[in-house]
Every structure is written in structure tokens, then in C-alpha cells.
Design a protein around this ligand. Structure first.
Ligand SMILES: Cc1cc2nc3c(=O)[nH]c(=O)nc-3n(C[C@H](O)[C@H](O)[C@H](O)COP(=O)(O)OP(=O)(O)OC[C@H]3O[C@@H](n4cnc5c(N)ncnc54)[C@H](O)[C@@H]3O)c2cc1C
Length: 547
């Protein structure tokens, strides 16, 4: 018999059964700016679903019961399958039903990419790691269209709102997922070092066919139906479409060696694989594999920024909700002045991340417009670099708002721990921080970036003296600082200027002023919670409250 020793009190009830969209005013404001015609009804419904306790339980279980590799069956046949907890499949089905994968490419409506981007952010708040195959399935379309025959067969299934995890020939499936394989042991950033070999093997309905032999050191979501992979053909590095099941129903020679033991991202399987003469079909021009597969990489880079923005919002919501319930030294934590500075500072960061990430999605909706085309090219690496870099600091500070409870896993119930472990991956994969900063230099050389950025900042002209000074200085900096050692600084400055200009257009004055004072004018410390006196904590915090 247990002896009663104490009463449990002052322990907040967890944030559950709330609509993730309804009170997300920063997201709603960013939507108004980037997609004024958009009907938010779908997001409203998705927000309600994703905030339920039932979906939270799926997210927990999918992370606690990590995927298992089944390389062989019990009779010794090689099967190369990955087994997932049913909750993983429930989450995948919810994400595809919401159209977060390939749907925008065929969807009508005013802003399909912004709509999907907002849904992707909301889903990240529930569970980020299953979004890896969802993101790749979204991202593959622009690249896959370069093989018209394959796209004609696979396009409808990539856009379908169904989910079919079975390993079957494409004709027997209504819905597909796809992944990508670039990184090898000797190089991930520098994929020109790829040694995987592609030997011509005739031609058929899907075009030039090759036998692929080699490996990939990272191949996430290996149970996808197909992959785009880089391999070295006689004409040089080329991009190939590699299905797991061949059109004749036999298994392609893609073997999973093991699953990665990762810091976070637990619900998603990431693997090491070998190709033993696997069959792949050429996508795009031979020898142009890197730019070809980077058409896919561009979209997944945007998703990294969207994903981190969603994680920030979730961490902030939990921190706000917890501190609104927990008391210390005679007051709710949220009412303690030092805590108010931390929470307001986090809220600014979260809203600025949301604004920038959604702005990138707008550029993909309006790809026919030259200014938007340049902004997509310039802002994608900037958003991926800056938002994802800020993520880990953000996660740590939000966790600290919960004190010791923030650090506790408790069988996957500790969502803050999951968020914190997830944060770094968005910064590393799809091109780590330096690679993004260097990509910005490339983007500025390729296009009239200076003119396009000036046009982007124009709506905020005269709104804040520090922003005006930065905007005036940027054309010169784009010339002087477009060097490798200064690349990160340049990316940071453009990111802050664009974030400030976006906040001017979408957020209340309290948010814009405090953002400019701290991040643009530099009246700020080196940790969160160092906003200057005069920042309107009340207005900033009220706007961010999740319920
Ligand atoms: C969980 C997970 C899943 C992944 N899934 C996939 C997948 O599905 N498919 C896939 O292809 N890859 C995948 N990756 C691989 C990922 O994209 C690479 O790890 C990443 O691109 C970095 O490559 P690398 O590991 O070889 O590091 P390196 O290329 O060795 O880079 C190491 C560091 O050096 C920096 N660096 C590199 N070059 C320069 C330079 N010129 N100047 C300055 N700094 C430089 C980088 O920014 C980085 O910080 C995954 C990675 C992880 C962690």
C-alpha cells in the first residue's frame, strides 16, 4: 500500500485538444499577405484534427516505436522492408489526405503552394519526422517532369490524396511516395564526388535505361515507391528514376544495409543502401544530374524552413501554455517580468520565421513572374539557412521555460525533447548552413538579386530608421560581402531585412518595432530574453497565445 506523502499541484495540464490553426495569428496574418484569396477552411479543419489527443498519441507512438529493418524473411529471402508502428501509417495517411505531398502540382485554386506550406507547418507541430517522405514526394515533381513518360505514369499517384504503403508494382497502386539519393560516404555536400556507376542497358517505354551499381550513405524513407538518384553515367553525373518494384513486378536490386541510429527524427527511417545493378531510367539530360536533382532539393530546402517554423511555433505554444499555468514566487511564470522578455523574444522569432518561410512558398505559386522567380532562387537558401540555424537555440530556450519537465522524455510524452532533437536536422540535411550561404552567393551572381531584394523591401520603406539603413546598405554589401568568408553574414543580413519588411506588412506595430529594435538596430543581447526596454511584451505575448 502506498503511503500518501504529498498532493500534486502546480503541474500544468498538457496542451491538447485545441485547434492549431485557430489561434495561430502569425500564420493567419502571413497567409493574408501571401495568399489573400485563400479560403482557410481546409486549414481550420486540419488544425482541429492535428490538435487532438488522438493524433498526439499517434505522434508519440510513432516516435517511441521506431521503424525496424527487415532485411530477410524467416526463410532467408532478401526482402529489404521496413516495418513501422501503425501510428506511423496513421500519420502518413493524415498527411497525404491533407495534400501535403504532391497535390499542389495538380491542384487548382489561388495559392496551392502557400496552402500546402501552411498545412505542412501545422503538421510539423504535431510530428515532423514523417514529413520527410511527404516533403520529398512534394519536391520530386518539377524534376520528374523531365522524364515525360515516367511522369505520365507516376504523376497522378504522386498527387493522389490516398496512402498505400504496400510494396507493389506501380500499376497496382493508386498512391506513391518518393525519396532521393545523393549523399555517399565520401561526400554529401560535394556530390560531384559520387562514385555510383550507371551503365547503359537499352531503352524502353520510360526512355534510356541504366544498370546502377554503388551505394548511398544516407537514403531517407527507403520504403518509398521510387527514388531520384545521382549516378555517374558515361556522359557524367546524371539523375535516374529508380523504382523499388520494377514494372514486371520483380524487386529492383536496391538493398538496405541498415537504418541510421539518429539523434532525433525517430519516426522516420533513414538508411544506408547499396545498388547491385539496380535498374534506373534517365531523368533530364545525361551529365546534368546535379542541377536536375537540385530542382527537387530546392523544394525540400523550403520545407526545412517551413518545418523549423512549425517546430518553433509548437515549442512556443507549449512554453506559453505551461508558463500561463505554473506559478513560482507567488506569480504565474508568464507574469514574471524576466520570463515575459524570454517569451516575447521567442514569439518575435517564431513569427518572423513563419513570415519568411511562407513568403518563399508564395514565390513558387507565382513562378511565372520574374521578380518571384528571382525571390524563389534567392530566398530559398536564405530561409533554409537562417530559420533552421535559429531553430536549435529556440528549442533550447523554449524547453527551459518548462524547467526540469522540459528535459524529460517520459515515454515520448515530452514533446519539447522531441522538438529539440529534431531541430538540428533541418539545418544539416538538404545542404548544411555553409552550403546554403554559399548557394546565396551563387544565386546573387545568377540574377539581379540586388534589384529584386530592393523591390521586396520597398513596402517597408520609411517604417523604421534601422531597416532603412540596412536596406540602403544592402546593394553595396551584396557586392562587398559576396565572398565565401562573409557568406553567412550576408545571408543573415538579407534574412533579417526581409523578415522585418514582411512583419511590417503582416504583424502589428508592437511586433515590427521590437523586431527592428532588437534584430535590425542591434539593441539586443546574445541570448533570447534580451529585448530592450520599451518592447511591448503584453501585445507580443497576447498575439502568440495558443489558446
Ligand atoms: C537524418 C538524415 C537523413 C538524410 N537523408 C538523406 C537522403 O534521403 N538523401 C540524401 O541524399 N542525403 C540525405 N542525408 C544527407 C545530408 O543531406 C548530408 O549529410 C548533408 O548534405 C551534408 O553532407 P555530408 O554529411 O557529407 O557532410 P560534408 O559534405 O562533409 O559537410 C560537412 C560540413 O562541411 C561544410 N562544408 C562542406 N563544403 C563546404 C565548403 N565548400 N565551404 C564551407 N563549408 C563546407 C558543410 O556545410 C557541413 O557543415 C541525410 C542526413 C541526415 C542527417
Amino acid at each position: 500500500m502506498s503511503v500518501p506523502t504529498h498532493e500534486v499541484f502546480n503541474q500544468p495540464r498538457p496542451l491538447a485538444d485545441y485547434n492549431l490553426f485557430e489561434n495561430n495569428r502569425p500564420l493567419q496574418a502571413a497567409l493574408k499577405l501571401n495568399a489573400p484569396q485563400l479560403d482557410p477552411a481546409e486549414l481550420q479543419a486540419l488544425g482541429a484534427l492535428l490538435g487532438t489527443r488522438e493524433m498526439q498519441t499517434h505522434a508519440r507512438l510513432a516516435n517511441v516505436h521506431a521503424p525496424q529493418l527487415r532485411s530477410h524473411d524467416r526463410y532467408g529471402h532478401r526482402i529489404d522492408e521496413v516495418e513501422f508502428h501503425p501510428s506511423y501509417h496513421a500519420l502518413m495517411a493524415a498527411a497525404t489526405e491533407a495534400g501535403l505531398h504532391g497535390t499542389p502540382w495538380t491542384q487548382r485554386g489561388p495559392s496551392p503552394h502557400v496552402l500546402r506550406a501552411a498545412g505542412f507547418m501545422l503538421f510539423t507541430e504535431l510530428e515532423p519526422s514523417i514529413l520527410c517522405p511527404i516533403s520529398m514526394t512534394y519536391a520530386v515533381t518539377p524534376a520528374l517532369r523531365r522524364n515525360e513518360a515516367v511522369y505520365a505514369d507516376w504523376g497522378p499517384g504522386l498527387a493522389s490524396r490516398g496512402y498505400d504503403p504496400a510494396l507493389k508494382p506501380w500499376r497496382d497502386k493508386g498512391a506513391f511516395t518518393m525519396g532521393m539519393g545523393m549523399t555517399e560516404k565520401q561526400g554529401g555536400s560535394d556530390v560531384r564526388s559520387n562514385t555510383t556507376d550507371a551503365v547503359p542497358d537499352g531503352e524502353d517505354h520510360w526512355g534510356p535505361r541504366f544498370r546502377i551499381t554503388g551505394h548511398k550513405w544516407f537514403l531517407s524513407a527507403p520504403m518509398c515507391d521510387a527514388f531520384l538518384v545521382l549516378a555517374r553515367a558515361p556522359a557524367g553525373l546524371s539523375c535516374f528514376f529508380l523504382p523499388r518494384i520494377l514494372p514486371d513486378g520483380t524487386r529492383n536490386a536496391l538493398h538496405i544495409l541498415r537504418l541510421k541510429d539518429k539523434l532525433g527524427n525517430k519516426a522516420n527511417a533513414s538508411s544506408e543502401v547499396e545498388f547491385h545493378g539496380a535498374i534506373g531510367w534517365l531523368v533530364g539530360e545525361p551529365g546534368r544530374g546535379v542541377p536536375q536533382i537540385l530542382e527537387m532539393g530546392t523544394m525540400t530546402r523550403m520545407d526545412c524552413a517551413l518545418g523549423t517554423s512549425g517546430l518553433m511555433r509548437q515549442a512556443l505554444s507549449i512554453a506559453l501554455d505551461h508558463t500561463a499555468q505554473r506559478e513560482a514566487f507567488g506569480k504565474r511564470l508568464i507574469d514574471q517580468p524576466a520570463m515575459r522578455n524570454v517569451l516575447a523574444d521567442l514569439a518575435l522569432e517564431s513569427e518572423a520565421a513563419t513570415a519568411l518561410a511562407l513568403r518563399v512558398a508564395r514565390a513558387f505559386d507565382r513562378a511565372g513572374d520574374e521578380q518571384e522567380r528571382i525571390m524563389a532562387r534567392v530566398l530559398t537558401p536564405i530561409a533554409k539557412f537562417w530559420v533552421c540555424k535559429r531553430g536549435s537555440h529556440f528549442g533550447q530556450e523554449a524547453m527551459e521555460c518548462l524547467g526540469g519537465n522540459g528535459y524529460i522524455e517520459e515515454n515520448g510524452e515530452g514533446v519539447m525533447a522531441r522538438i529539440y532533437r529534431e531541430m538540428p536536422v533541418n539545418s544539416i540535411w538538404e545542404g548544411a548552413g555553409n552550403i546554403m550561404a554559399l548557394d546565396l552567393l551563387r544565386a546573387t551572381r545568377q540574377a539581379d538579386a540586388g534589384g529584386a531584394i530592393a523591390q521586396e523591401l520597398a513596402p517597408a520603406k520609411g517604417a523604421h530608421p534601422a531597416l532603412d539603413r540596412l536596406a540602403d546598405a544592402l546593394p553595396g554589401r551584396l557586392e562587398q560581402m559576396a565572398t565565401e568568408p562573409q557568406a553567412r553574414r550576408l545571408a543573415q543580413e538579407v534574412a533579417l531585412a526581409v523578415q522585418a519588411a514582411l512583419l511590417y506588412q503582416s504583424a502589428p506595430g508592437a511586433v515590427f518595432d521590437a523586431f527592428c529594435a532588437s534584430r535590425v538596430a542591434g539593441d539586443w543581447g546574445q541570448v533570447f530574453g534580451t529585448l530592450p526596454p520599451g518592447a511591448d511584451f503584453d501585445a507580443i505575448i497576447d498575439r502568440a497565445m495558443p489558446r
